[in-house]
Design a protein around this ligand. Structure first.
Ligand code: ASP
Length: 322
């Protein structure tokens, strides 16, 4: 009798403790919820700070990710995005970009040439057309009709690298640590809205016409305002085969935290031939404002700004080697 009473008593005690624990968790989540957050692939500090500027002025997550993505697009030193991006094997720069907002609207441009800000064209595709994807000449025409100007995106440095590559002219679209800086950027604004953007010039010296994962909704980028958002960088063909970003959001829907969901998505790449030789990195954010990342190989930094506090973090990886 005594013992039963004791068990009953402690049982209630544990239950009560459990409730307190849950309440504490809920409280911490709702506190985080109030804050604005942005996360981006690689050491794109200027990009997340530009996004943060929009968020801190109570701007929308959509405008924030666009502002962030435009930074590497216009940076001539970034050889994987926009102006300064390495060309394809015919010496032409072609760009891919995608954007999604908190209502699940999406817009992308594929294989866009001669236009500096593909992310802003993608945003207009989303907002002004009944379509999601515009490619090639059609995407360019749409951009020109909407006030974008045509310009040469091949910088002297990128041309020099191309001419060097041409001497060897070996077509090996692998992706090493120095070859990519595609920016995937996600944000949550102070109203709790989630958005994401992804923009790239793709693999250096790719086949003319090659399109990677970045403009493909669900692969390079996915946003579900109820659950979270994810984005990818690295070998686009691998990300496309596993529909990487969508799978991460679905795992978060099943209550996995962002880092664990990214890790699981990375593990799904292992059955692709040569997976120890290429790189893929994922970033994710959930509705509660938790963020995470994971990469196939070591050497995948990512950046976060949470209510003004900037952090440069190193993602965990499946393989230790860079
Ligand atoms: N994901 C990009 C692509 O395959 C490349 C990168 O991340 O740099 O086009």
């Amino acid at each position: 009798m005594q013992r039963r009473k004791f068990i009953k008593h402690t049982g209630i005690g544990f239950a009560t403790l459990g409730i307190f624990r849950d309440l504490a968790k809920l409280k911490s989540i709702s506190e985080k919820d109030r804050g604005a957050i942005t996360i981006a692939t690689w050491n794109n500090k200027k990009a997340v700070m530009a996004a943060w500027e929009v968020l801190s002025a109570n701007g929308s997550a959509l405008d924030a990710v666009e502002a962030g993505a435009r930074i590497p697009e216009e940076d001539p030193l970034d050889t994987s995005v926009g102006y300064g991006g390495y060309p394809d094997r015919e010496g032409r720069v072609s760009l891919d970009a995608s954007i999604m907002d908190h209502e699940g609207n999406a817009g992308s441009v594929f294989f866009l040439q001669g236009i500096l800000h593909p992310i802003s064209v993608a945003k207009l595709v989303m907002q002004k057309t009944p379509h999601v994807y515009l490619a090639g000449e059609g995407a360019k025409l749409f951009a020109l009709e909407n006030g974008f100007e045509e310009q040469n995106l091949l910088t002297p440095a990128a041309e020099k690298a191309y001419l060097e590559w041409k001497k060897i002219n070996k077509y090996s679209p692998k992706i090493g640590p120095e070859q990519h800086d595609t920016i995937g950027i996600l944000a949550k604004d102070r109203s709790g809205r989630l958005s994401g953007a992804c923009t790239t010039s793709g693999l250096a010296f790719k086949m003319h016409g090659r399109v990677g994962d970045s403009p493909i909704i669900g692969s390079g980028l996915f946003v579900d305002n109820k659950i979270g958002a994810a984005s990818a960088t690295g070998l686009g063909e691998a990300v496309i085969k596993k529909v990487g970003s969508f799978s991460i959001v679905e795992m978060m829907r099943n209550k996995m935290n962002p880092e664990k969901a990214c890790k699981k998505a990375i593990e799904r790449l292992l059955d692709i031939k040569g997976s120890s030789e290429f790189q893929v990195g994922y970033i994710a954010m959930n509705k509660a404002g938790e963020t995470g990342a994971y990469s196939l190989r070591a050497g995948f930094p990512y950046v976060v700004v949470r209510e003004g506090k900037f952090e440069l973090l190193e993602s965990k990886s499946f393989f230790d080697k860079k």
